[in-house]
Design a protein around this ligand. Structure first.
Ligand SMILES: *Cc1c(COP(=O)(O)O)cnc(C)c1O
Length: 232
């Protein structure tokens, strides 16, 4: 079941990439395994998936020791400053940095563990009150500020687009994030490489790819519905 779902998602990714003149290998699939048991993650792993996304620190900490060590864990949900220390040595990337204070703590913990952490800045493109993320107009300044911190490397931008019936409605959101990535990239800020665009979920990842996504975060279309209400 999970294997079939992954094959279908991978095919959709390849088609969307081809349709927009991009190479399939320029888009990486992150399987969002939040709330899902280790057994299901293993099945996805055996299909070849190595990138997994979780939005809660607690879940990463629990699942981490039970799964193969070559998994690349992505922290995609809101991160509280006091929890950075639990995941700093476990994740390959933090997608949800939206304040200088959080970046400072990541920097501090990275130094302590002798690692350099890749991060993305989460942007609230649509300006939804219920969402985390910085305003588009504040993003460049935050990047410049964070870029001076040791142990941290800004790799790009991330957004969680609104929940819509017609995924095409999110096209302007994805387009705006990509433009922001290009604009900030053009500033050539030291220590900032704007090469990763994390956008698109089960509902809208093909649209996100045609607008330039390099990482898509897909949960439901791989693992099925989650056992709690709407969480985004
Ligand atoms: C849950 C979640 C996803 C995956 O959502 P699906 O609609 O299940 O594909 C992607 N990104 C973030 C930040 C999430 O919290």
């Amino acid at each position: 079941m999970i294997t079939d779902n992954i094959r279908l998602v991978e095919k959709n990714i390849a088609d969307a990439a081809a349709n927009s003149g991009r190479r399939p290998e320029d888009v990486r699939l992150i399987a969002v395994s939040k709330t899902k048991p280790v057994q299901m993650i293993k099945e996805a792993y055996d299909t070849g998936i190595r990138d997994f996304g979780e939005n809660r620190v607690q879940e990463i900490v629990e699942k981490y020791p039970l799964l193969p060590s070559d998994i690349r864990w992505h922290l995609i949900g809101h991160l509280q400053t006091n929890k950075v220390k639990y995941i700093i040595d476990k994740v390959c990337m933090i997608h949800s940095v939206d304040s200088y204070k959080l970046a400072e703590e990541i920097s501090r913990q990275a130094a302590r563990h002798n690692v350099t952490m890749d991060i993305l800045i989460e942007v609230n493109v649509a300006g939804e009150e219920t969402k985390f993320g910085v305003r588009p107009e504040d993003t460049a300044a935050l990047c410049e500020q964070i870029s001076r911190l040791p142990g941290i490397r800004i790799r790009g931008l991330m957004t969680v687009a609104p929940f819509v019936d017609d995924p095409d409605e999110n096209r302007p959101v994805f387009c705006t994030l990509r433009q922001l990535l290009v604009d900030i990239g053009a500033k050539n800020i030291d220590n900032v490489t704007m090469d990763i665009l994390s956008m698109g979920m089960s509902n809208d990842y093909t649209v996100a790819i045609t607008e330039g996504a390099t990482l898509v975060r897909v949960g439901t279309s791989i693992f099925g519905q989650r056992d709690y209400g709407v969480e985004r």
